[in-house]
Design a protein around this ligand. Structure first.
Ligand code: SF4
Length: 943
């Protein structure tokens, strides 16, 4: 008998960050898949980070929403068939629009949607419902970069490519912890540093893992990036470092921008004073920038998530325009997008201030899109941006909301107020993967089961404008359907069948691409005309391609696919191939590719903009922008003397609905925490490893305390990931103010005035259970994914005897309990067995001697224990001699901090390579290398 043929590996794209790594997924036939980096993908060349490499652990169906559900009069959700659910949505929207007008309804979308999903939702709302109340969680991510690009370039154009990070001689990272948030791209920067001695400068109020590879770290005062780059512009002007020819030929507004820069940061001393940096540090940065020809400045959430984010972006762009360092290899301002398809959302017009395909609300654009869509009701003006949209819901002006693939009850500023607003909606629809999260629990009336990563099929665009396919490699579970199908079905029921009868994602992509090319003579950067006619098979096999792909490029059309099976890729011909005199693209009729993209444009698949000007303004010139003087709007005061900064941890993604299901990823930072400088901790009487309440005007969280000398005094750092589903009191966006940038509408997430105070718990412990367990009110807890079940880390003031009475409830009926009780020492430990299998454990003891749980987790994963291991279980020690590893550092090989410190302590000359040889830590994905370096350096400083 022949052996079964293993299913082929499918080429797809990572669903997490905006790096957009290519992956291969090999289904195991049991609902799982083996995930690896795709060596042929130009974003990552086979590399993946800890999150990407753990994707295989996140494919289970536990907690999935698998059926449409509608809330019943009594408040419970009940399964319905698709027809009933879609009718309810369509009828509800129809009724509210008829009664209150199209402005009374809204969609809130997500950078996790595929481009095809995004396109359809945007088309329905803006073209056919006639409202622009479509916004997206990308508003919280990179809206300031969009606004900055549009102000400077006349379009939301990212000029450069990842290849520039290989070719730069200086990489400046501003407000970006790329080591944790864009790990594969960061390793690419580090590779350039190793291979070509490229310099790395990190500008961030917080010293993060990214700083471990920096040649210069500027721990700038919060919010003062604009001042630093104004000071740099002045320095460039005064040291003869300007590219006068570029400024004169391709830009406008330089004199006014320089004059404003001189008001804000006239000299080195003032720049240093305003930014709270040492003059020598500032001088070194200025000199490095001025004297290095190939400079890329990467910026991310530290720049964008600010009430002055757009001005920060433009202050950075000003310096690149002034030196002509844009569009040439190894140069340019570079926005690192947070989400996997933030860029795709921008392409379709998923933001409320965009229309579609990089067109806005000018009469000409509106008319063009109206004719293309045949949409007589097309909206004429911008809609409400995210914060304003939820304010309008709170005021009762928006009465129907459809949330797709995001969790605004956790992630929006003043999240508590958002949750209250959601409860007022007449119709609240949620398209989701999961059965429960904070947004669903805020009272959704209709739940629509959407296909998840691995099941859905479409395209995403990464930070360098590269469109890649996300391919399905698992069947649709239950009744789940793709988001585009769901929206189309609602649109048909609302009477728009002619415009929404798409048979496939490929058909939607073709229309999206055709719109981008429609009457696109020379005024729009975004142009996919060259791939607007893909057949189904060609779309299925599409290789990653960077836009623009105008139809004028010879070879921009797809050749016939050579193989149409599986995921064999059809390679797009590389650019440029436009012969002189070819038909016009987005930057000038009859130009060659080199003319359009500049003399350094290379046939390396890297499509850069603006080396030779050709901006998308009316006169083709870029605009220097004179920024406002930087100032943090909300002042600290006696009540709230600190500044709350929010961000991410290395191994989690957004609100953890996917990454939080991976046991490996959950071991890195298992508890929600607040990091602060020991001096601030001392002032507040906090204890390292204890607990604190962090409060602002808007709310409070109770978090584990982490002393961190890399925090600036006066600042707190709290990760964004935990929600009410994963922790008792750690939804940090409840605490964040809703001040927004005047141009982008992006909220300030980095500087809310806050206070911190100790919280005492007398006892700590943990529970491990096979099924999801709840702990009584008053208990502090954090949920942690474990192999074979779930863990709860807990803190409590309830005495151990009280916990003894709860053991049966925790593990359910039919178990036998084995207990260890030490009343004088306040220790209670219990293990539950059923048919010899370990079903769970509960350990509670004094807070100052919190019980370790590594050995119990290992026994729990094993399930059935040998007699010796069973006897050892309640001691908390391992029968196999495993030692407590401490906080996880290397996710790939499960290496903890304690093991690394022990290894270093036994070696006189330990370095990162030694650690790799001894423990394998850092030898796979490389995401932990900056932490390893920090641990080595800390050790070196103490000997
Ligand atoms: Fe995914 Fe990591 Fe690549 Fe980001 S860097 S796309 S999270 S594998």
């Amino acid at each position: 008998m022949n052996a079964p043929v293993p299913p082929p590996a499918v080429r797809t794209t990572c669903p997490y960050c905006g790096v957009g790594c290519g992956l291969t997924a090999k289904p195991d036939g049991r609902g799982g898949a083996e995930i690896a980096g795709d060596p042929s993908h130009p974003a990552n060349f086979g590399r993946v980070c800890s999150k990407g490499s753990a994707l295989g652990e996140t494919l289970g169906l536990g907690g999935r929403l698998l059926h449409p559900m509608v809330r019943q009069p009594g408040g419970a959700l009940a399964r319905v068939d698709w027809s009933a659910a879609l009718d309810r949505v369509a009828d509800g929207f129809h009724r509210i629009i008829a009664r209150d007008g199209p402005e009374a309804v809204a969609f809130y979308l997500s950078g996790q949607l595929l481009t095809e999903d995004y396109y359809i939702a945007n088309k329905l709302m803006k073209g056919f419902i006639g409202s622009a109340n479509v916004d997206t969680n990308s508003r919280l991510c990179m809206a300031s970069s969009v606004a900055g690009h549009c102000r400077a370039f006349g379009a939301d154009t990212v000029p450069g490519t990842y290849g520039d990070l290989d070719e730069a001689d200086l990489i400046v990272l501003v407000g970006s912890n790329a080591a944790w948030c864009h790990p594969v791209l960061f390793q690419r920067m580090v590779a350039n540093k190793r291979a070509r001695a490229a310099g790395i400068v990190v500008i961030d109020p917080r010293r993060t893992a990214t700083a471990e590879e920096a040649d210069l770290v500027l721990a700038i005062a919060p919010g003062m990036d604009t001042a630093l780059f104004c000071g740099l512009l002045v320095h460039l002007a005064e040291t003869g470092a300007l590219d006068d020819a570029y400024i004169s030929a391709h830009t406008k507004g330089f004199a006014a921008a320089l004059a404003r820069a001189r008001e804000i940061a006239p000299d080195l001393a003032t720049t240093a004073a305003v930014t709270s940096l040492a003059q020598a540090e500032v001088a070194r940065f200025f000199d490095l920038f001025a004297t290095t020809r190939r400079v890329v400045t990467c910026f991310s959430q530290g720049v964008n998530q600010s009430a002055q984010g757009t001005d920060k972006v433009n202050a950075i762009i000003n310096c690149h325009l002034a030196t002509g360092r844009i569009g040439r290899p190894g140069t340019g301002p570079f926005s690192l997008t947070g989400q996997p398809n933030a860029m795709g959302g921008r392409e379709v017009g998923g933001l409320a201030n965009q229309l579609a395909a990089h067109m806005g609300f000018t009469p000409a654009d509106v008319d063009r899109v109206r004719r293309f869509w045949n949409a007589p009701r097309i909206v004429q003006r911008e809609g409400l941006k995210a914060v304003a949209m939820f304010d309008a819901i709170a005021r009762g002006e928006i009465k129907a909301l459809w949330v797709m693939a995001t969790n605004p009850a956790v992630s929006l500023p003043r999240a508590g107020a958002v949750r209250a607003a959601l409860k007022q909606l007449d119709l609240f629809v949620v398209s989701e993967n999961v059965l429960a999260n904070d947004t669903v629990d805020a009272g959704a009336h209709v739940l629509l089961p959407a296909a998840a990563w691995g099941e859905k099929d479409g395209t995403v665009t990464n930070s360098e404008r590269r469109i890649s396919r996300q391919r399905a490699f698992l069947p649709l579970p239950g009744k789940a359907m793709p988001d585009w199908w769901i929206v189309c079905e609602v649109a048909k029921r609302m009477g728009f069948a002619d415009a929404f009868s798409f048979p496939s994602a490929a058909a939607i992509f073709r229309e999206h691409a055709a719109l981008s090319a429609f009457e696109n003579e020379e005024d729009r950067d975004f142009d996919l005309g060259g791939i607007a006619d893909l057949s189904e098979a060609q779309y299925a096999a599409l290789d990653p391609v960077q836009w623009p792909v105008p139809s004028s490029f010879e070879g921009g059309r797809q050749p016939p696919p050579q193989r149409l099976t599986g995921n064999e890729a059809v390679r797009l011909p590389t650019l440029p191939a436009a012969p002189p005199g070819s038909s016009p693209g987005c930057a000038g009729g009859g130009e060659s590719a080199a003319q359009r993209f500049g003399p350094d444009f290379q046939d390396d698949g890297n499509r850069r903009f603006f080396a030779a000007g050709g901006f998308f303004t009316s006169d083709r010139k870029a605009r220097f922008i004179a920024p406002a003087a930087p100032a943090l709007k909300a002042a600290v005061n006696n009540q709230f003397p600190l500044r709350l900064n929010t961000g991410r941890v290395r191994d989690q993604w957004h609100t953890m609905t996917r990454s939080g299901t991976s046991p490996r990823l959950s071991a890195h930072c298992p508890e929600p925490f607040v990091a602060l400088h020991p001096a601030d901790a001392a002032t507040a009487n906090l204890v390292d490893g204890g607990f604190a309440i962090v409060a602002t005007r808007y709310g409070a969280c109770v978090l584990k305390v982490v002393f961190d000398r890399d925090q600036q005094p006066g600042s707190l750092f709290v990760p964004i990931h935990w929600s009410d589903a994963t922790a008792s009191a750690a939804r940090v966006c409840d605490l964040v103010m809703a001040d927004t940038d005047p141009f982008s509408g992006q909220p300030e997430a980095k500087a809310t005035p806050a206070a911190v105070a100790p919280v005492a718990f007398r006892f700590r412990g943990f529970a491990v259970t096979r099924a999801t367990a709840e702990l009584p009110p008053g208990t502090w807890w954090a949920r942690v994914a474990l192999a074979g079940g779930a863990g709860l880390l807990l803190a409590t003031n309830d005495e151990p005897p009280v916990w003894r009475t709860r053991a049966n409830d925790l593990f359910g009926p039919g178990v036998e309990l084995a207990e260890y009780v030490d009343e004088p020492s306040h220790v209670y430990r219990v293990a539950a067995f059923a048919d010899g299998r370990l079903e769970g454990c509960l350990f509670v003891g004094p807070a100052e001697a919190a019980p370790p749980w590594d050995a119990v987790k290992a026994s729990f994963a094993a399930g059935t224990l040998a007699p010796h291991a069973r006897r050892m279980l309640l001691s908390g020690r391992s029968a196999q001699g495993l030692v407590e590893a401490g906080p996880l550092v290397c996710t790939c090989f499960g290496v903890g901090l304690k093991a690394i410190r022990d290894a270093i302590a036994t070696r006189a000359t330990a370095n990162v390579e030694d650690i790799g040889r001894a423990l394998k830590a850092g030898t796979n994905c490389g995401s932990c290398l900056p932490e390893l370096k920090r641990i080595v350096n800390e050790r070196a400083a103490t000997v």
